[in-house]
Design a protein around this ligand. Structure first.
Ligand SMILES: C[S@@+](CC[C@H](N)C(=O)[O-])C[C@H]1O[C@@H](n2cnc3c(N)ncnc32)[C@H](O)[C@@H]1O
Length: 307
């Protein structure tokens, strides 16, 4: 059965009032979602409000892989979890931080293969919380960066289920740190753009390369391995020099991390020779190889040219 947004909000508000008689109306107005025309109210409280009998949901960023890169808050949330719903991208050893008795459910997604549709994940998180459990929804990297956290938050908000977010280190920051390279650099890169080369549910999506081609910006392309050739060709066609450095990092911050160096022009022809692990493309002059110490394999046409 479908309700209009107004009806849906009315019903939720009604249910929420029954369950939370002590909450002032002003707070409720801030908590229940709505369209652009809703009466402006105070911003929803940053700290979730306890509701008797209802558990809680914490969206936790698991970082790029290494458990040492978790925040202290993430470790505490995992230690207090009754159930952990996790994605495939979560690194080894991180789930061990939940109590032995906590239930672990893999709801994860890999490129093009979804083990559970997003709507079912939303419903499962809500169902677990409504049964009174402390739910940790564990996502690779930062939950708010290409993690569909917004959809899960909207769903929980609509049901009045308390939700809190603990950020994580997103892949771009983890991979750059691992290579010892700065994404911004005075006089070289004054901006960083995070972009995905994937559309909804894994379908092909062509970013506007011309808009993204800026010589003093570092580009971090998530989910971009399959589109590496298109990215190279599109960015070169939009005016970026063919010798602009590209660093592809596969399995960043994990024991099997691989770094591959190429250039935009070479990537347009050869793509990147990464394997099946999660791979991030970092593009821009700030990614020029360090004078010393940076280990990176050379891939694509650069290898052919023997540079
Ligand atoms: C669905 S997005 C999730 C991003 C995640 N929320 C984050 O903040 O890093 C998945 C993409 O992130 C990138 N990614 C995630 N973890 C990575 C890692 N350890 N090494 C390299 N790339 C990674 C890859 O481009 C992968 O295809």
């Amino acid at each position: 059965m479908r309700f209009s947004a107004k009806w849906r909000d009315g019903l939720i508000l009604f249910g929420f009032r029954l369950l939370s008689p002590v909450l002032p109306t002003a707070t409720l107005r801030g908590v229940v979602g709505g369209g652009a025309d809703r009466t402006p109210g105070p911003v929803a409280p940053a700290t979730p409000v306890d509701r008797p009998g209802v558990g809680s949901v914490t969206l936790v960023g698991a970082g790029p892989g290494d458990p040492d890169l978790l925040t202290v808050a993430a470790v505490k949330a995992l230690a207090a979890a009754d159930v952990v719903l996790f994605d495939h991208l979560v690194g080894d050893g991180i789930l061990d931080l939940a109590p032995p008795g906590a239930e672990r459910m893999c709801v994860g997604k890999r490129s093009g293969r979804h083990s559970l549709p997003q709507e079912e994940i939303n419903a499962l998180i809500a169902q677990q919380a409504l049964s009174g459990r402390r739910v940790v929804r564990l996502k690779g990297g930062d939950p708010m960066i290409f993690g569909r956290a917004g959809e899960e938050i909207d769903h929980l908000d609509a049901l009045g289920i308390p939700v809190r977010v603990i950020p994580g280190i997103t892949a771009a920051l983890g991979c750059a740190a691992s290579a010892g390279l700065s994404l911004t650099k005075r006089g070289v890169a004054r901006a960083v753009t995070f972009v995905t080369a994937h559309g909804r549910d894994g379908e092909r999506f062509e970013p506007d390369w011309a808009r993204l081609a800026s010589p003093d910006t570092t580009l971090a392309i998530y989910m971009g391995r399959e589109q590496a050739r298109a990215a190279g060709a599109g960015l070169c066609a939009a005016g970026l020099p063919a010798d602009t450095p590209v660093l592809a990092v596969e399995n960043g911050c994990r024991p099997d991390e691989r770094r591959l160096r190429t250039t935009l022009g070479a990537m347009a022809v050869d793509g990147v020779a990464a394997g099946k692990g999660p791979t991030l493309l970092l593009i821009g002059d700030a990614l020029a190889a360090r004078g010393t110490g940076e280990a990176a394999e050379v891939c694509g046409a650069m290898a052919v040219e023997g540079r």
